[in-house]
Design a protein around this ligand. Structure first.
Ligand SMILES: *[C@@H]1O[C@H](CO)[C@@H](O)[C@H](O)[C@H]1NC(C)=O
Ligand SMILES: *[C@@H]1O[C@H](CO)[C@@H](O)[C@H](O)[C@H]1NC(C)=O
Ligand SMILES: *[C@@H]1O[C@H](CO)[C@@H](O)[C@H](O)[C@H]1NC(C)=O
Ligand SMILES: *[C@@H]1O[C@H](CO)[C@@H](O)[C@H](O)[C@H]1NC(C)=O
Length: 307
């Protein structure tokens, strides 16, 4: 178990570092010389193994990717324990650019792409906003770890203010909306798990409890749909949402996923995208994102030194 957690953090560190070199105009050292001029984190780097995409050819997911980077870097730094910010030395201006961009985009990220836009357009996306807010909290943690206490306080206060505003604007009776502007909607707020994994306290405990209770109302034979728009779901994000629920809801989601894998009529490599009623594959097969189903491992508390 411990070695899987270590392996997971080694991979996260490599992933974070490559993106940071690219976004920091650092590719010349590797024979590329690409300049990246956007104020948010890149969505992609090129076609593996060549990192050569130009800024103007990026598919933009500004809040999603800036949030991903700040959350991932904070998760790695926290696992490393003391002196864990030394590897960030050349990157503070870049991280600040991303955090400041998030501040301009919150609490409502408006109309932009996000990682689950295969569901359809989703402006005023509440789950995406949650990622940005948690990421600002993550950035505050990084500053704090680096001894930049007053900066940390400034960003934490912003994150707290946005979380309070999110709770007010997204409330829909006993749960929270999919879009700020759409009453009678719901969605899995799988991004909220990072508040728990980073030990932040931006959103109230009641948010997690009310959301979990809402998801249970929609459980089908093979799991809980991603949101109110379709019957299909994502294996990885369902596990993220389950990981902030009770032991019972976590187990119920593991059981649903097992039932799906054990009874789908499709003879295909394990998919992250399937129908919760029919158990049929919707399209994606054996993707690296399936690592997300192991999110429960990240709740372990030991430090893992990987640099
Ligand atoms: C990188 O490209 C810029 C602009 O084209 C050029 O001025 C610079 O000399 C190049 N640097 C390297 C290390 O090739
Ligand atoms: C990288 O170069 C671009 C183009 O000159 C510039 O806009 C951007 O600010 C640079 N990024 C960093 C992190 O220095
Ligand atoms: C980034 O650089 C490209 C290529 O030079 C340019 O077309 C684009 O307008 C620049 N974007 C920003 C935000 O400066
Ligand atoms: C889910 O499937 C049921 C049964 O086929 C259908 O009646 C319902 O409209 C579907 N729901 C959505 C949100 O597509």
């Amino acid at each position: 178990m411990q070695s899987s957690v270590r392996e997971c953090f080694v991979r996260l560190t490599v992933l974070a570092s490559v993106r940071m070199v690219y976004a920091n105009n650092g590719t010349a050292a590797y024979g590329m010389n690409i300049t990246y001029n956007l104020s948010w984190a890149p969505h992609h780097l090129g076609t593996w193994p060549v990192c050569d995409i130009k800024s103007e050819d990026q598919e933009q997911m500004p809040v999603e990717e800036s949030g991903n980077m700040l959350i991932m870097i904070a998760a790695v730094a926290r696992k490393q324990g003391k002196s864990s910010t030394a590897w960030l030395k050349s990157y503070w201006p870049l991280l600040k650019t991303w955090a400041d961009f998030l501040i301009t985009s919150l609490p409502d990220p408006g109309n932009q792409l996000c990682t689950d836009d295969f569901e359809g357009p989703n402006p005023h996306n509440v789950n995406l906003a949650a990622k940005g807010i948690v990421a600002l909290g993550a950035y505050a943690q990084l500053l704090e770890m680096d001894g930049q206490a007053s900066e940390a306080q400034k960003y934490l206060a912003k994150a707290e203010g946005f979380a309070a505003s999110w709770e007010e604007k997204a409330k829909d009776g006993d749960h929270f909306r999919r879009q700020y502007d759409l009453p009678n909607t719901w969605s899995q707020k799988y991004n909220l798990i990072w508040q728990k994994l980073l030990g932040l306290s931006l959103f109230k405990d009641s948010v997690f409890q009310q959301e979990s209770a809402e998801y249970e109302k929609h459980r089908e034979a093979y799991g809980i749909p991603l949101d109110d728009r379709h019957n299909y779901t994502k294996a990885d994000w369902s596990m993220w949402s389950a990981a902030f629920g009770s032991k019972e809801t976590f187990k119920a989601t593991v059981d649903s996923l097992w039932t799906f894998a054990n009874s789908t009529p499709d003879r295909a490599p394990f998919t992250d995208f399937f129908d919760t009623i029919t158990g049929r594959l919707k399209g994606m097969r054996a993707r690296p994102v399936m690592g997300g189903i192991f999110i429960g491992l990240l709740t372990q508390s030991e430090e893992v030194v990987v640099v």
